[in-house]
Design a protein around this ligand. Structure first.
Ligand SMILES: Nc1ncnc2c1ncn2[C@@H]1O[C@H](COP(=O)(O)OP(=O)(O)OP(=O)(O)O)[C@@H](O)[C@H]1O
Length: 275
């Protein structure tokens, strides 16, 4: 495995919503894995997510950035079927967020620092447990489990409790487990917190390999080196999408030298932006 993160250009599905998402389960004719149009969440008088519209294409690595409190978690909850929107439309993996929330949950992968693997179980036990939750058959779990352990180089620690393993290994295992059921899209909520840049880079090699095979990756991060690894990046400010494009194009548009500079320029003046 090389140390550098390289990736050929990918074709991103167009932004054209092209059809009425409506309130029924829709067959997504655009090829996009996410289509959101005016998606909004209001808590009392407060608009936590304020009419966001965007699309994410198949195999795209999409960075979802914003300062603390910008509305990312609320948006992700709506997109993963955990929270009903107040208004607007969205479909994820071909299912409508209003009527297909349960289908969405079954057809996505999800990984975050808060919701991850069990520290008291071994890698193999975690694979078995989550494989069962994702509805895989015993035989499938066995085969995939063995392949996963080999690919990740975990054979020597397959029976060691997770808490004894380095965080970087756990994160790679958590990602692999989150996509074990072969979803079209995986949501990664700050997946690499607390590890060094080299370990992060290795994690991202894994993301790229999966994206090359067609997996769509929707990732939130506070690390701007990771933002540069994304095909496109959106930056949320006070519930709205303030910028959305490729990292290079965003830097050109805003006349800045780095994603760091862009993030500080856009996200810091926000009234909700405390990070
Ligand atoms: N259930 C709720 N009731 C009222 N306000 C809420 C609720 N959930 C979130 N908010 C508010 O909505 C805003 C956006 O919160 P959200 O958690 O989506 O932001 P975020 O961008 O994910 O931030 P972080 O990076 O800190 O997780 C915040 O001001 C938060 O206090």
């Amino acid at each position: 495995m090389t140390e550098s993160v390289t990736r050929g250009p990918i074709t991103v599905g167009g932004n054209d919503i092209g059809h009425d998402i409506g309130n029924d389960v829709v067959k997504d004719v655009t090829g996009n894995v996410i289509n959101a149009e005016g998606l909004t969440k209001v808590f009392g008088e407060f608009r936590a997510v304020d009419a966001i519209s965007f699309s994410v294409g198949g195999g795209e690595v999409f960075g979802f950035l914003g300062a603390n409190g910008a509305g990312k978690t609320t948006a992700i909850k709506m997109l993963t079927g955990l929270l009903a929107p107040s208004s607007g439309n969205a479909s994820v993996a071909g299912f409508d967020v209003y009527t297909g929330a349960e289908d969405i949950k079954r057809n996505i992968g999800y990984m975050s620092q808060r919701f991850s693997l069990y520290d008291d179980l071994t890698p193999l036990e975690n694979i078995r447990f989550f494989g069962g939750i994702y509805g895989l058959h015993r035989k499938e779990i066995k085969e995939k489990g063995r392949a996963l352990i080999d690919t990740l180089g975990l054979a020597s620690v397959a029976d060691v409790r997770l808490k004894a393993l380095p965080l970087g290994w756990k994160q790679k295992l958590a990602f692999s487990v989150a996509v074990m059921h072969e979803p079209r899209i995986v949501f990664l909520d700050e997946p690499t917190g607390g590890v060094d840049p080299l370990t992060r880079r290795r994690f991202w090699e894994m993301i790229y390999e999966s994206a090359e095979r067609g997996l769509t990756v929707f990732v939130t991060t506070h690390y701007m080196d990771e933002a540069e690894y994304c095909d496109r990046v959106s930056i949320m400010v006070d519930g709205r999408i303030a910028a959305l494009d490729t990292p290079l194009e965003l830097q050109r548009q805003f006349g800045v030298e780095s994603m760091d500079e862009l993030f500080i320029r856009l996200a810091r003046p926000a009234k909700g932006g405390a990070s």
